[in-house]
Design a protein around this ligand. Structure first.
Ligand SMILES: CC(C)(COP(=O)(O)OP(=O)(O)OC[C@H]1O[C@@H](n2cnc3c(N)ncnc32)[C@H](O)[C@@H]1OP(=O)(O)O)[C@@H](O)C(=O)NCCC(=O)NCCS
Length: 146
């Protein structure tokens, strides 16, 4: 089945973030800081007209890494029914292509435990110790040099 990835607005990401990442939590919890920043971009994966996956890339420097021009990935989510169909992979690939055009040198993020192997299969590495994010669970910093 063909899925199309394209840029979307911050507002469009909210229903998918809510269903996949913040189920049962207030809708406001799905709005991230700097969502509307001019250097932030949001990607959406579509099946026909339905938005089925989202990912957000924010310009943000982590103190763990020395590269000057870093981006952070947030809100990576694919609707349950569509998971395991390479849609997450397509979102990551599109994001990396866009970051290459922007000449960013590193992408990092806080990864949920259930997604660690997904990111590793896509060439991302673990960094440092595990830590807890309250109400969400165990996380690790992961990254890729671009
Ligand atoms: C994690 C997530 C974004 C991955 O997207 P996806 O479309 O399901 O993943 P893909 O189909 O592109 O997977 C690509 C590869 O990773 C594997 N994979 C996907 N999810 C996995 C998981 N949870 N654990 C282990 N491997 C996984 C797939 O088997 C596939 O492997 P292959 O390329 O060798 O066949 C999606 O499952 C999701 O939204 N999960 C719930 C929310 C979440 O945890 N988001 C991440 C927050 S950090």
């Amino acid at each position: 089945m063909a899925y199309v990835v394209k840029q979307i607005t911050a507002a469009e990401t909210i229903p998918v973030r809510h269903q996949v990442l913040r189920q049962g939590k207030p809708i406001e919890s799905c709005v991230f800081q700097n969502d509307e920043d001019s250097q932030t971009f949001h990607l959406g994966a579509f099946h026909k007209d339905e938005l089925i996956g989202v990912a957000t890339y924010l310009k943000s420097k982590s103190s763990h890494f020395s590269q000057q021009y870093q981006y952070q990935l947030r809100g990576m989510a694919v609707l349950k029914h569509y998971q395991g169909k390479q849609i997450g992979k397509q979102l990551l690939q599109f994001g990396e292509e866009k970051l290459a055009l922007l000449k960013a040198s590193l992408l990092w993020f806080n990864a949920r435990e259930n997604a660690w192997s997904f990111y590793e299969r896509n060439g991302y590495s673990k960094f440092g110790e595990e830590f807890m994010i309250p109400d969400i669970g165990k996380h690790l910093v992961m990254y890729k040099q671009l």
